[in-house]
Design a protein around this ligand. Structure first.
Ligand SMILES: Nc1nc2c(ncn2[C@@H]2O[C@H](COP(=O)(O)OP(=O)(O)OP(=O)(O)O)[C@@H](O)[C@H]2O)c(=O)[nH]1
Ligand SMILES: [Mg+2]
Length: 306
């Protein structure tokens, strides 16, 4: 029997719902999600099967006008994901767009659209996300507007959060995958090393728990991963921050903040690995981690020269 296999990149402005969508498409959590912009920092692969077709979805960092070195690396990796893919899904926060057609997200989306027009990606669909709670009368003009761009084969209306319309997106993608051998075992959902996924889970808890510049000033790395004889796993992670004051905030009064971040992360890591997890978090101040090539290597990102 003929098998099919290909890549489908999910791109869009920060916070559009890319990671929520990949988790819904794959049926398990492969990418972290938070209400804050710029949660995803590196492309993550999630794998889904549709009959004899294997789809490798690629979640990407939001595309925006980058300022810091890390931002540039993120945006470059997102565009690379789109260029390498057999199909590209541009996802838009429809609720945000209706509320303000000049929001930062709307402006980023316009720039991405122009990039897609110039780029070499072939099969493209537009996804209007977050339609839960929206009126159809607000959505139809958007559908027309994006159709009129002449860039997209199709426009989908979905709620990634509720799973509505996600099946249609999967079917559209599946029909566009080229013939070829599967790249992954049929039952594999994610292609991310456990150490990295565990670090991402802790970073998600930081994004959910801390505010202002702190999430953006922090990075998490798994330093040790020790399988124990009793079947449990001991994990040491370092949270890098940029200033002493930030370290104090991450620790919290009497260590309360880091304790709750650790407890939430530990619980979720245990669920993912199916093992009892012992998680130890350390906070280190490293003023210039954003300019340290080692941090980028750990995330699988190219280190931008400037
Ligand atoms: N109401 C609603 N909220 C959604 C939907 N999809 C995603 N969200 C929320 O939007 C926020 C951002 O979701 P993410 O999946 O992290 O967005 P993203 O595009 O991956 O964001 P970055 O990685 O920062 O670029 C989260 O709070 C999600 O719960 C949806 O269909 N409806
Ligand atoms: Mg994301």
């Amino acid at each position: 029997m003929t098998t099919r296999c290909g890549f489908a990149a999910i791109i869009g402005a920060p916070n559009a719902g890319k990671s929520t969508l990949i988790n819904a498409l794959v049926g398990s959590k492969v990418a972290i999600v938070s209400p804050k912009v710029q949660t995803t920092r590196m492309p993550v692969r999630g794998i889904a099967m549709a009959g004899q077709t294997q789809i490798v979805f690629v979640d990407t960092p939001g595309i925006f006008r980058p300022r810091r070195r890390l931002d540039r690396a993120m945006v470059t990796s997102a565009w690379a994901g789109a260029e390498d893919a057999d199909a590209v899904l541009l996802i838009v926060d429809a609720a945000d767009l209706v509320a303000d057609e000049n929001s930062p997200g709307a402006r980023d989306t316009r720039a991405i659209l122009e990039g897609l027009k110039d780029g070499k990606a072939k099969k493209k669909a537009l996804i209007l996300n977050k339609i839960d709670g929206m009126k159809r009368t607000d959505l139809l003009p958007l559908v027309e507007k994006f159709h009129a761009e002449g860039v997209f084969e199709d426009v989908f209306l979905i709620s990634a959060l509720k799973g509505e319309g996600v099946g249609d997106v999967a079917a559209w993608v599946a029909a566009r995958m080229p013939e070829g051998h599967w790249l992954y075992p049929e039952d594999q959902a994610a292609d991310i090393p456990s150490r990295l996924l565990a670090a991402e889970v802790t970073r998600e808890k930081i994004y959910l728990r801390l505010h202002d510049e702190l999430p953006y000033a922090s990075a998490v790395e798994t330093e040790k991963w020790e399988e124990r004889r009793d079947g449990s796993v001991k994990i040491d992670q370092v949270i890098f921050v940029q200033r002493e004051g930030q370290k104090a905030i991450v620790l919290g009064k009497g260590g309360a903040t880091i304790k709750s971040i650790g407890a939430e992360a530990r619980k979720e890591i245990a669920e993912i690995t199916g093992q009892t997890a012992h998680l130890f978090l350390f906070v280190k101040v490293r003023k210039n981690w954003g300019d340290d090539p080692d941090r980028y290597r750990e995330m699988g990102l190219e280190f931008p020269k400037e």
